[in-house]
Design a protein around this ligand. Sequence first.
Ligand code: NAP
Ligand code: GDD
Length: 398
Amino acid sequence: MDTVSSGRAACSTGGRTKKKEITKPMELPEPSVTEPTPLAEPTPPAAISRPAVSALITGVSGQDGSYLAEFLLAQHYTVHGLIRRCSHVPTERIEHLLNHPRFHLHYGDLTDPQNLYEVLRKVERLDGRPPREIYNLAAQSHVHVSFVMPYYTAQVDALGQLSLLNAVKELQWIPHTRVYFAGTSEMFGSSPPPQNEQTPFHPRSPYAVAKLYAYWITVNYREAYGLFAVNGILFNHESPRRHVSFVTRKITRAVGQLQRGELDVLRLGNLNAKRDWGHSRDYVRAMWLMLQQETPRDLVLGMGESHTVREFVVKAFACAGVHLRFRGTGVDEIAEDCATGRVLVRVDPRYFRPSEVENLQADPTLARQVLDWTPEYSFDDLVREMVQHDLHVSHHDY
Ligand code: NAP
Ligand code: GDD
């Protein structure tokens, strides 16, 4: 799989450049991270000007977390982010926010319920009230990795949500706090497209099964305790901040690498898989909209159109002026540059999954009605932005 074959660890600190790893570890600005000692206790609540609204984001260092933090700060929120303590501080995507006066990071891990509870208490102490919104975006989010690490994936992606919901309940925040859970179109698995809120779930990976547990425990806390908690059932969304182990970014990065002579050939798995790809910026706005509704409701969010991996490849190379011709079938399929005949893409079975999700395409009718949500980025805009980024930024691997 991508993370292993590229010589990087499967954990989320992988995929970052060697250059960054050997430089002096970046220090987080003192007031932004709550250290595990009383020394770092930030300004007492009485002395700070009370924010109108505050939110906690788990997974703030990830693709969606970083865009959501930007979005909420622009809406004048105070934003608290849960961040993992790693040997390498994973703040590449949020570096530009670290000195923002309304942005605070707290060390934590979804696999540690006690820590989660303490972080929530600390957020309440700092703001003088519970956060109005919690976005649980943290996850072991790689489907292929979930086959290798199914227990860990279940701990983070399934039980993590339970720990969070339970902390909200134990802290008696239910009347004050709304919770968003990052559900996924992967839960539909082998159910045929188009998929909407009525489509039966048939998960095809440990990742999707874990997310399904979290989906139902969220429904249960809503029904049992009256918590405003919602599942966003989001289809694939990408950006230049996508980790390079996901197929879109792997492709757009390779376009740049091949052009610069840093790669011989791009090796991919299933070229026939279809996905409904949108832009992360549009999707974080929809997450926020879901928490602004009068009643909590689980919604499907997607573009409503799907493309094969092969189509994504063709479009990405075309954005760089390279026109591809495909030849052969199955594992012998290749794509070559029409102009030069050079082979640029090969199929590599190492990237096949033990069980695949072949075809995801959203029917987002309900969400568009309820939220009045219209994506600003088209599929073409998305591919173009990612390719442009990767043609010019060779070192930013995330
Ligand atoms: P991502 O880039 O992989 O980010 C995942 C985030 O979770 C990172 O900040 C990561 O921290 C954090 N994390 C992982 N394990 C953790 C743990 N044990 N404790 C605390 N934090 C942990 O994912 P994304 O694309 O932004 O997706 C956000 C969420 O939406 C995920 O839950 C994903 O499953 C879900 N989702 C994504 C899509 C999509 O297409 N992007 C679609 C549907 C659903 P590090 O930086 O330390 O690794
Ligand atoms: N990663 C990867 N690498 N995928 C490949 C490759 C490859 O070399 N070649 C083909 N694919 C195919 C996969 O088999 C899959 O069918 C499709 O490309 C998309 O794979 P990913 O980009 O890894 O995303 P995903 O659809 O499995 O999962 C993403 O979207 C889900 C929502 O549907 C992740 O973001 C999940 O966290 C998210 O829930």
